[in-house]
Every structure is written in C-alpha cells, then in structure tokens.
Design a protein around this ligand. Structure first.
Ligand SMILES: NC(=O)c1ccc[n+]([C@@H]2O[C@H](COP(=O)([O-])OP(=O)(O)OC[C@H]3O[C@@H](n4cnc5c(N)ncnc54)[C@H](OP(=O)(O)O)[C@@H]3O)[C@@H](O)[C@H]2O)c1
Length: 193
C-alpha cells in the first residue's frame, strides 16, 4: 500500500503576519541569513517542493524538483523535474502518483503563496509548520492564509488548528523560529473546519 506523503509548510513572515509585500517580492530581500539556511535545509530534505506560479517565477531554479500550481499554464512537465498542474478537484495525496515516475513523493515541502497554503489547509494536509518570524513589519501585503484575521503569525496558526511544539531565537536581531503541528492527531482530524 502506498504511504501517505507528509507535507511540511515552511514559511517566513513579517511580525504582522505577511509573507510578502507584493506578488513579486522575493523573501531573499528581507529574511535573515539564519532563515535562509533553515529554508535551504528544508528544500534539500524534501522530495518535492509545491508552489504557486508566482513563487516559482520569483525564484526560478530549473534543476529543482517542483510541482507548480496554475490554472492558466498548460499542464504537464515543462522541464524534466518540474510538473505544472491545476490542483482543482485533486487531493494532496493525489500529487504522489503524478510525480512518481521521477521521484517518490514521501516528503513534500509547501512553499506558498497564500492560495497554495489555503489549498493544503482546506484538505487538512499540513503535517508540520516551520515558521520563521522576522523582526520587520510591512503594514500590508500577502497573508499566510487568505481568511486570516490576526496580525500575529503565531495567533494565525493557533486559530487555524495548529499547536506549537518548539520555539527558539535564530539570532540576536529578533528572528524567532517555531515548529507547529496539527492540534488534533491526524486520525482524529475532520475533513474541514
Ligand atoms: N515568505 C515566504 O515564506 C514566502 C513563501 C512563498 C512565497 N512568497 C512570496 O509570495 C509571493 C507569491 O505569492 P502569491 O500568493 O502571490 O502567489 P503564488 O501562490 O506563488 O502564485 C499564485 C498563482 O499560482 C496559481 N495557483 C496558486 N494556487 C492555486 C490553486 N489552488 N489552484 C490553481 N492555481 C493556483 C495561480 O496561477 P495562475 O494565475 O496561472 O492560474 C495563481 O495566480 C512572492 O513574492 C513570493 O516570493 C513568500
């Protein structure tokens, strides 16, 4: 029997719970070196990274294994290790058979943006969250989840059903790293809110 893929959401946010100031705003311009080191370790550890079209285009890496969500682009393998698809009507576990010819999807890394986070959240398929909060405020921008009401990233994850299991400073500048998991064990989770 196929093993269910495990999905980790890795995300860097501002203090006021935004993932970017605008669609073309690369995190590399505002995150700390410590966050970047953890981010690249997560990328290395994953079988596949899953992201939206904007996130892919903002940091194009032709050699990386990526599943790119888009309703406007032609679905299919645009490069040997990069599959574009429209996830409408699919479940997160369905991604595994789409990419198995290239590499088994055991560990999936959710890279954003907002609608990609929403899609995995709606399916209750986020098994872990690696959250880095940088000591910067944007005032406005792209949220972590489209329905978030709080301007505190930790409150956003609490309100969306996650419990913190680890927290530590990453540097002396005020960058804070935390790890979260669903508050209810996977077997007890319902299909929606
Ligand atoms: N701070 C962080 O940790 C972090 C993480 C990721 C991204 N970012 C930043 O966030 C920005 C991009 O985020 P974003 O929210 O604007 O865009 P995004 O999710 O990267 O891309 C949006 C596009 O992806 C496609 N898409 C996403 N979800 C879909 C779904 N469920 N079904 C069908 N298509 C879907 C659509 O493409 P079509 O229009 O082709 O249909 C949509 O227009 C960039 O600046 C990026 O650098 C930051």
């Amino acid at each position: 029997m196929a093993v269910r893929p495990r999905f980790t959401l890795t995300v860097a946010t501002s203090r006021d719970a935004f993932i970017a100031r605008a669609t073309d705003d690369s995190p590399a311009s505002w995150v700390s070196a410590e966050e970047q080191a953890l981010f690249f370790a997560d990328v290395e550890a994953a079988d596949w990274a899953i992201m939206g079209r904007h996130t892919h285009l903002a940091a194009d890496r032709p050699d990386r294994r990526r599943i790119i969500f888009s309703a406007s682009a032609a679905p299919g393998w645009h490069r040997p290790k990069q599959l574009w698809l429209n996830p409408e009507g699919m479940a997160p576990a369905d991604l595994a058979e789409k990419v198995s010819q290239v590499r088994t999807l055991g560990k999936g890394l959710i890279l954003g943006g907002t609608r990609v986070h929403d899609w995995f959240l709606a399916a209750r398929a986020i098994d872990r969250v690696h959250l880095t909060i940088e000591p910067i405020s944007f005032g406005s921008g792209l949220p972590i989840f489209s329905d978030q009401e709080s301007r505190d990233p930790k409150a956003v994850f609490s309100a969306h059903g996650f419990a913190k299991i680890e927290e530590r400073p990453l540097n002396d500048s005020g960058t804070l790293y935390s790890v979260w998991q669903p508050a209810a064990p996977a077997g007890l989770r319902s299909g929606g809110d």
